[in-house]
Design a protein around this ligand. Structure first.
Ligand SMILES: [Zn+2]
Length: 55
């Protein structure tokens, strides 16, 4: 099962999750810390999240 990295904007925590492709495509990702759906998929460098918002 693929392993994805996420960042939660609600509680500002990173988390990783193993999802099936179907789960990932349906966007059913919730933060395990605060249950928010305000999560963004991250990659190896989470600092890229903020910088790309300015585009
Ligand atoms: Zn959260």
């Amino acid at each position: 099962m693929p392993h994805y990295e996420f960042f939660c904007h609600a509680c500002k925590k990173k988390f990783s999750k193993s999802l099936t492709i179907a789960e990932h495509e349906e966007g059913k990702i919730v933060c395990p810390h605060c249950r928010s759906k305000n999560v963004e998929q991250g990659w190896s460098d989470f600092s890229a999240i903020t910088s790309k918002k300015s585009a």
